[in-house]
Design a protein around this ligand. Structure first.
Ligand SMILES: [Zn+2]
Length: 148
């Protein structure tokens, strides 16, 4: 951390404090002796989603949820399970700490979680979102699941 007074890089932390807004560090410059405080906080903005065709759009949890509800219709997956899944996806893409994430990352996260939750819902989801367009691709995916 550079000193804001003299630009020296020779600064040291003299105290660290945690509060609701993040981590505050009291620092002292070894060059000029000035003291200053830095605040370190997580960036919690949700990144933009880059779609396959290159368009960007806001992460839309309602859209993701409604897609999941369709995939999980009449399956033993509760509304709570789906909310948790979407929460997890949202938290994970925020953790990336980037301004943009590839839509495939979201697809991969959903697929991985849905496979654990309910294989039938997973296959339904995969058919639509992985673009398993023919029966052969679907059969391959089902065989892969059955062999695990
Ligand atoms: Zn200084």
């Amino acid at each position: 951390m550079k000193c804001p007074y003299c630009d020296s890089k020779r600064t040291r932390v003299i105290a660290t404090d945690h509060d609701a807004r993040g981590v505050r560090r009291r620092r002292e410059c070894r060059a000029c002796g000035q003291r200053f405080t830095t605040l370190e906080r997580a960036i919690l903005t949700t990144p933009l989603v880059v779609k396959r065709d290159g368009r960007r759009e806001e992460f839309d949890r309602d859209k993701l949820l409604s897609g999941l509800r369709i995939s999980c219709a009449r399956r033993p997956v509760s509304a709570d399970d789906l909310e948790r899944l979407v929460d997890l996806v949202e938290a994970r893409i925020r953790q990336e700490g980037k301004a943009e994430v590839d839509s495939r990352l979201i697809g991969d996260l959903v697929i991985a979680e849905l496979r654990e939750l309910d294989p039938v819902s997973y296959i339904r989801y995969a058919i639509v979102y992985l673009g398993l367009e023919d029966l052969e691709a679907v059969r391959k995916e089902i065989n892969r699941l059955l062999s695990e």
